[in-house]
Design a protein around this ligand. Structure first.
Ligand code: CUK
Ligand code: CUA
Length: 641
């Protein structure tokens, strides 16, 4: 399967290169007027601000990057699942607990799908959720501080890919497993996969005020691969949809195994019905180890708790809650339109998109018109639930977004294009090439009931010739399309960091006013904070030494530290006393074994240093903070043990 994909992509590449010139390409070339018009559309003058924040998943960087639209300027990288030496995330004592898992300390991951919290189906700009695909986790980023506030591990899952999509009132963030695995994990022959491996679909509740996550329940499903998911909204609120592939349950996914079935399934899950079942005492608590890591803005520190059990649901025990809709050709993305009427399946081995009708689905369920069952889960008749098919003429459809004006935009990986079509008539309106091989596309709010259909960003898998070459490794590439008119217009390219699979964007007018500027020193509850410079001190406890340190432009207190011995473990607890916006100080110590720190005004962070040699060793501030930045330094005297 995979091989076939790459072969096709490779074969089509040169053709696309040849055809990709002139206006189609969005380059100046023959039409100077068009190019300068496009330049105006993306130009954000010095000192001006962008119209949208775009949050891009970092893929194998494990993080999230923040860009402005339309300028494509990168504002920030938010560390989530990966250690980040730039500010010490995952290195400082305060943030290390964020990366604890049942597998131990895991400082890396692969993040795919960000989604912004919603109220009444509209983006509310409170939190951004994102999945860790590799070591299954869901993170919540607080959009006040643009910092990772919480990470919950997802047990019984593997390849946490169909995640982290959100229901219309942020009741749940949902995480589905790409790999089915033995549940509980145990030693067994891989060839006994079929019928024995299971897939967990996890519904993680989000506490309305705080955003705090908790795994409410896990549906233990047949051993398929659960690829992507999308919430119902409007009339379909209360349902969640998941694509599956490998319904053959092959343990080795060579094409001959996993693509035998002409149709796989979209699983429709009525989570409200499952809630009722749980309220009536349904479900089984099973042992499962998983971490729940929470960061506090008050203590500027994280704590990691190991949870011991999770509520599991056997789908056959909740009649009327779970159904399969047969979907042709290995569906990848599943997307629900803004009104909640239609469920679009993108069969990646197909040219056509399959659109299901929610009303028809309910009618088929009410009429109990089934086409057999799989592991006790009813299969609806394809013809009964089909609303229409989009004869796209493209190859390899992956994902669909919506503009809120009745149009849908589907990406095609193999034919490397975005196709615009009309919801309801299924007719193709426009198509534009992407450079090259697009994965997801994103329209701000495209995942909600109220999209902001002005721009579309395509996130492309192959970069090739779009920028100056940087050796064999190129950054990925995004492209910006103006979709305000009937025809899409490619107006800009910009490189993106890591591998952004998907993105979520929100108007700056919603988010910028909420962005917190400083932490108040008076509210700092860190147990090792030095709130008055006069409290700065060095405290020895056995061979541990705690340095209570304060920093303000441009001086450390204390800055001459003696009485340290080889073999000690020295904790520098450093509090930044600045109370002005954007005045961080940094800290690095010669021979620093982990990473330096970047400490924001009002914050306390801790760095551990284990001196190995006697001598007098310097430390200094790494962030240029004033004209006396180079004077911001100190010494530690290390004596023999
Ligand atoms: S994705 Cu994760 S393999 Cu199509 Cu959402 Cu890129
Ligand atoms: Cu503080 Cu440079």
């Amino acid at each position: 399967m995979k091989k076939y994909f790459y072969y096709l992509a490779a074969a089509l590449g040169p053709i696309l290169l040849l055809s990709g010139c002139g206006d189609q390409n969005g380059k100046a070339s023959s039409n100077g007027a068009l190019a300068s018009n496009n330049a105006e559309k993306v130009y954000v003058a010095p000192g001006e601000h962008d119209e949208f924040y775009a949050f891009m998943s970092g893929g194998y960087s494990g993080n999230v990057t923040v860009y402005g639209l339309p300028s494509g300027r990168m504002f920030k990288e938010i560390p989530v699942f990966s250690q980040f030496p730039t500010n010490g995330y995952g290195y400082s004592e305060e943030t290390k607990p964020m990366l604890e898992t049942s597998f131990g300390f895991i400082p890396t991951d692969d993040s795919h799908h960000p989604d912004i919290s919603q109220t009444n189906g509209e983006l509310d700009g409170r939190w951004l959720f994102i999945n860790g695909n590799n070591t299954p986790r869901i993170a919540r980023i607080d959009l006040k501080t643009f910092e990772t506030a919480e990470i919950i591990e997802v047990p019984n899952s593997a390849g946490n890919h169909s995640s982290s999509y959100i229901t219309e009132n942020s009741e749940y963030v949902v995480a589905g497993t790409r790999f089915s695995v033995p549940i509980p994990q145990r030693d067994m022959p891989i060839k006994d996969y079929k019928g024995n491996f299971k897939g967990a679909l996890s519904f993680i509740s989000v506490e309305p005020e705080t955003g705090r996550m908790d795994i409410k329940f896990q549906l233990i499903m047949p051993g398929f691969n659960y690829d992507l998911s999308h919430p119902g909204r409007g009339k379909s609120h209360g349902w969640f949809f998941f694509t599956t592939y490998n319904t053959e349950e092959a343990n080795s996914l060579l094409e001959v195994n996993a693509s035998q079935n002409d149709k796989d399934f979209i699983a429709a899950v009525n989570w409200k019905k499952i809630e009722e079942y749980i309220e009536n005492g349904g479900g089984t608590m099973v042992p499962a180890n998983y971490t729940h890591n929470v960061y506090s803005d008050e203590t500027h520190s994280a704590t990691s708790t190991m949870k011991k059990e999770v509520l599991t649901i056997d789908p056959t025990k909740v009649p009327g809650a779970i159904f399969f809709m047969p979907t042709p050709k290995s569906p990848h993305g599943v997307d629900v339109n803004p009104t909640g009427d239609y469920i679009i399946g993108n069969g990646k081995l197909s040219a056509d998109l399959t659109v299901f009708s929610f009303d028809k689905m309910i009618a088929a369920i009410d009429g109990k018109k089934y086409d057999g069952e799989a592991y006790g889960i009813p299969i609806l008749k394809f013809e009964d639930v089909l609303a229409g098919q989009v004869k796209s003429g493209g190859l390899g459809p992956l994902h669909t977004e919506f503009d809120g004006k009745g149009n849908a935009y589907t990406t095609f990986f193999i034919s490397s294009e975005v196709v615009k079509w009309k919801v309801g008539t299924w007719e193709v309106i426009d198509r534009k090439p992407t450079f090259y091989s697009v994965g997801h596309c994103m329209i701000p709010g495209g995942n909600s009931a109220k999209p902001f259909g002005k721009y579309l960003v395509s996130m492309n898998k192959i970069t090739k010739d779009r920028y100056l070459p940087t050796g064999p490794e190129l950054e990925h590439s995004a492209q910006l399309y103006d979709i305000s008119g009937d025809k899409m217009e490619l107006i800009y390219d910009f490189p993106t960091h890591g591998e952004p699979h998907y993105a979520a964007a929100i108007p700056a007018s919603i988010l910028a006013p909420k962005s917190q500027k400083i932490y108040k020193l008076a509210e700092n509850e860190h147990p090792f904070a030095t709130k008055n410079v006069s409290d700065a001190r060095v405290v020895r406890e056995g061979n541990e030494v705690h340095v209570y340190m304060a920093m303000i432009r441009s001086h450390f207190t204390p800055d001459n530290i003696e009485g340290i011995k080889v073999g000690d473990k020295v904790y520098f607890h450093i509090t930044n006393h600045e109370q002005d916006f954007d005045v961080p100080h940094g800290f690095m110590m010669i021979g620093q074994q982990n990473s330096g720190l970047l400490i924001m005004p009002g914050q306390t962070k801790t760095s551990v240093w284990e001196p190995k040699q006697e001598g007098v060793w310097p430390f200094y501030c790494t962030d240029f903070c004033s004209a006396l930045h180079q004077e911001m330094q100190g010494y530690v005297r290390v004596s023999p043990a």
